[in-house]
Design a protein around this ligand. Structure first.
Ligand code: UT7
Length: 335
């Protein structure tokens, strides 16, 4: 299983260390059902979710990113001053300006690095990881802090039975640095803007400001459309990720898909024909769907529980709003 990931020649990249922030407050299905017409049994059967975590309102994307980022620096053994780029993947940073990444970079004690946010919905972390890997390989950056962070408790309507039970809060971060071996494979990514209304914001800021009697914006989802797209298209995307990395399914220690819905995870694992020894990440039961944070949170669960170990070969695949997706084969980092 000491598989080598194929790539172009030259300087390579790897994830040096991983850190996460799981908000303290555990929210049960029963608590969610105080506001929506649903049940613990329905939520568990349809999504695999038992509990999720919600932040306090003031513990926003910036707060969670700082917490996760600090732990990722510790795990990597990289000092804050050595970070020369910070990327935050998020769709729930509630300020349009400035970007979350600049505040996070400052709070962590970095030395004025490049700092920007990436918005690619639930695919955001894998997009950001792809950008970070290429920055390191090109020599533009030596160390990139990549963070996925979301506060969906503040951006989904507590009374909306189609979104409220599924989405949740959290953050996860990795430091990407140079490597002799390829430890982050080439990304396969894409989008389908014809399905832009599958996951959307109810009103834009202009309409909210200019028109009277309009409720504040919420994130909504046409769950069935997203489910169908993910079930049919993401299996093919996952296979492409393996192909460009030159990795066969029996060389995979772990499959870490976006924790969208445990039924989607099962369908994807089946379509890939994974062998029994490959661990499939299933963090959704206690974490919910944390959008751009779900991949690093799911990696952390695998490593913390010993289901996988640093250096294991893993297939990451994230998908969501856009619709958009991204994936890569990686070697898992240290915690
Ligand atoms: O993270 C970004 C990407 N997101 C995803 O990948 C999410 C993809 N979609 C999904 O995971 C699923 O579509 C959901 C979990 C969101 C919904 O599950 P579903 O099996 O697709 O439910 P549905 O919307 O088809 O609804 C089935 C039934 C309907 O009733 P009828 O028409 O069969 O009588 C709904 O009205 O369940 C009803 N329903 C609910 N019942 C109890 C819808 N929402 C709820 C609810 N509680 N919260």
């Amino acid at each position: 299983m000491g598989a080598s990931i194929s790539t172009t020649q030259g300087r390579q990249s790897k994830m040096l260390g991983l850190g996460v922030h799981r908000p303290e407050r555990v929210v049960t299905n029963d608590e969610i059902c105080e506001f929506i017409d649903s049940s613990d049994e329905w939520i568990q059967t349809r999504s695999g979710i038992k509990n999720r975590r919600f932040t306090k309102p003031e513990q926003n994307v910036v707060y969670m990113s700082i917490e996760a980022g600090r732990k990722a620096l510790e795990a990597s053994g990289v000092a804050a001053e050595q970070i020369d780029t910070v990327i935050v993947a998020t769709s729930t940073h509630l300020e349009q300006t400035p970007q979350a990444a600049a505040k996070v970079a400052h709070a962590l004690g970095t030395n004025g690095p490049a700092a920007f946010d990436i918005g690619a919905g639930c695919a955001g972390f894998c997009y950001a990881l792809a950008v970070a890997s290429d920055l390191v390989k090109a020599g533009t950056s030596r160390h990139v802090l990549v963070i996925g962070a979301e506060q969906l408790s503040e951006t989904t309507d507590p009374y909306d039975r189609t979104t409220r039970f599924i989405f949740a809060d959290g953050a996860g971060a990795v430091v990407v640095g140079q490597s002799d071996e390829t430890e982050i494979g080439p990304a396969v990514w894409g989008s389908d803007g014809s399905q832009a209304d599958a996951i959307y914001q109810t009103v834009d800021w202009y309409d909210y400001i200019m028109k009277e009697g309009i409720e504040r914006p919420w994130i909504k989802m046409n769950g069935i459309s997203v489910f169908r797209w993910a079930a049919f298209e993401m299996g093919k995307a996952a296979q492409k990720v393996l192909d460009v990395a030159g990795i066969k399914t029996d060389e995979l220690h772990a499959f870490v898909p976006h924790q969208a819905n445990s039924r989607i995870t099962e369908l994807l694992a089946r379509s890939l024909n994974l062998n029994e020894e490959t661990t499939v990440a299933n963090d959704i039961a206690e974490t919910g769907n944390t959008s751009a944070a779900s991949i690093p949170l799911a990696m952390e669960e695998l490593l913390r529980t010993g289901k996988a170990k640093p250096g294991d070969t893993a297939l990451l695949l994230a998908f969501g709003a856009g619709l958009s997706y991204a994936g890569q084969v990686v070697k898992l980092p240290t915690l």
